[in-house]
Design a protein around this ligand. Structure first.
Ligand SMILES: Cc1cc2nc3c(=O)[nH]c(=O)nc-3n(C[C@H](O)[C@H](O)[C@H](O)COP(=O)(O)O)c2cc1C
Length: 152
């Protein structure tokens, strides 16, 4: 069985960088949701997204909602301008719940800050313009080593 990372990275390419770092360690492909026909040959799936309005991209959420996880193992990757916070900015928690509701086995999640020039931020030179940085990508690779243990 294979592994796959399904990603959406529409703003600065931040999440794609993280997804590529993780895929290098696991040795898997990365694809956008519309490039995935079905998950039959995969048993470990990463869902990766920038955070937009407090949540993963609609195409990733729709993909999960329209898929029977069938006990497949899944993990999350994300980049956001602001860190997660309970109740008010809980994008990882919302996706974790969504994965479980659709039959996936949730393994864990990795998030880091990403450069953000959305809306008024661009008038102030943007936020965290050098992230994800080397240290973020190293942390993503450490997380990937953990996920790799689940490749059968
Ligand atoms: C339309 C839009 C909405 C965003 N909403 C949020 C948000 O609710 N919370 C947050 O922390 N960052 C938010 N951001 C910043 C992005 O999460 C951040 O720039 C992320 O790294 C983008 O990932 P990407 O380059 O892979 O698209 C938003 C960015 C855009 C473009």
């Amino acid at each position: 069985m294979d592994s796959l990372i399904i990603y959406k990275s529409i703003h600065m390419g931040n999440t794609k960088k993280v997804a590529e770092a993780v895929s290098d360690v696991i040795g898997c492909e990365i694809k956008e949701p519309n490039e995935v026909e079905n998950l039959d040959k995969y048993n470990l799936i990463g869902f990766a997204s920038g955070v937009y309005y407090g949540d993963f991209h609609r195409s990733i959420k729709d993909f999960v909602d329209n898929t029977d996880g069938d006990g497949k193992r899944a993990f999350l990757l994300s980049t956001s301008g602001f860190r997660p916070l309970p109740f008010v900015h809980n994008y990882e928690e919302k996706m974790r719940k969504r994965l479980k509701e659709n039959g996936f086995e949730f393994l864990g999640s990795f998030t880091c800050r990403g450069s953000d020039r959305y809306g008024p931020l661009k008038f102030f030179g943007g936020l965290h313009m050098s992230r994800p940085n080397e240290s973020d990508l190293d942390n993503a690779k450490k997380f990937a080593e953990e996920m790799k243990k689940y490749v059968r």
